[in-house]
Design a protein around this ligand. Structure first.
Ligand SMILES: Nc1ncnc2c1ncn2[C@@H]1O[C@H](COP(=O)(O)OP(=O)(O)OP(=O)(O)O)[C@@H](O)[C@H]1O
Length: 280
């Protein structure tokens, strides 16, 4: 049966083969993402979050279960997936503009050369890098390099943007600036995004849905819909509602780490695993 979702992981189970024997990492992990939605995945260290991104991008195939992207079963690497990581790997011998345009040399988009330049320049302007097109990566700050990396991952209109802790290495103020940039970018140009993060505030600020993965071998232990409507600002993180959501997520992480029980969850308007009869 095909999937109506932009991304669907259906009962995905996977183990790595190691010298010490199989290492089970995922156990019937199921996640669904609507088109143009933003899902943040959080979970204990080593629970399989990066493994999940490799499965969605087709770099790996699961032992069991199915991964669907844009209505097609993922069985091989998908060049139309955009990716950005903690350390933006920009090529020093290329200008920022040339770096941003790199995916257009690999993925066929039907854009003419001038349309490609316009697209890259437009994105650089949106993230505040207008005037830096001809600079080399080493001439930019860490935050600016990460902005350029985001432009590069979006330049070819990817089916999905996968962000694996892209803001983790930045200082707190730069990180919050980039959260706002990400949010503003999506308002102007909607795209489907899967974010891996250790930062619960980041997940609540950016995502429509936050999935907490259990300890390894991981399943989707808890899913929270983040119903903050309209344009988000950092002030939204300090409302009672956001503080409550953060408390619930923190508790769920503790459950995933085996440091708290799933029954003593903070009181809230969100269903617990026990109430929905699944997950946690
Ligand atoms: N290629 C591999 N071969 C063997 N084991 C691997 C491989 N890749 C990852 N692992 C192991 O699988 C587990 C999950 O790794 P993964 O990187 O997906 O976790 P993660 O949740 O992203 O971790 P972190 O939060 O620390 O970044 C870890 O125990 C890791 O050591």
């Amino acid at each position: 049966m095909t999937s109506p979702f932009q991304i669907e992981l259906r009962d995905v189970t996977h183990a790595y083969r190691t010298d010490a024997g199989p290492l089970p990492v995922l156990d019937k992990l199921s996640i669904r993402m609507e088109k143009n939605s933003f899902t943040a995945v959080v979970g204990p260290s080593g629970c399989g979050k990066s493994t999940l991104t490799r499965l969605v991008s087709g770099l790996m195939r699961p032992d069991e279960g199915e991964v669907w992207l844009s209505g097609q079963r993922v069985t091989s690497p998908r060049p139309t997936v955009g990716m950005a990581f903690q350390n933006p790997v920009l090529l020093e011998w290329r200008t920022i503009l040339q770096n941003v345009m790199l995916p257009l040399e690999i993925v066929s988009t039907g854009m003419s050369k001038s349309e490609q330049v316009d697209r890259a320049m437009g994105l650089l302007k949106l993230v505040g890098l207008e005037g830096f097109e001809e600079k080399r990566p080493s001439e930019l700050s860490g935050g600016m390099r990460q902005r350029a990396s985001l432009c590069r991952s979006l330049v070819h209109n990817p089916e999905v943007l996968i962000l694996d802790e892209p803001f983790g290495a930045l200082d707190a103020f730069t990180r919050e600036d980039l959260w706002q940039t990400m949010h503003d970018l999506r308002e102007i140009e909607p795209f489907t995004c899967l974010l891996i993060t250790h930062d619960l505030r980041e997940s609540v600020f950016l995502a429509d849905q936050v999935v907490v993965m259990s300890g390894r071998p991981a399943h989707a232990q808890y899913t929270m819909d983040v119903d903050i409507s309209g344009k988000r600002t950092l002030d939204d993180l300090y409302t009672p509602k956001a503080v409550e959501m953060l408390a619930i997520l923190r508790h769920q992480i503790q459950v995933a780490q085996g440091r708290a029980s799933s029954v003593d969850a903070p009181l809230d308007g969100h269903p617990t695993k026990a109430e929905i009869g699944a997950g946690a």
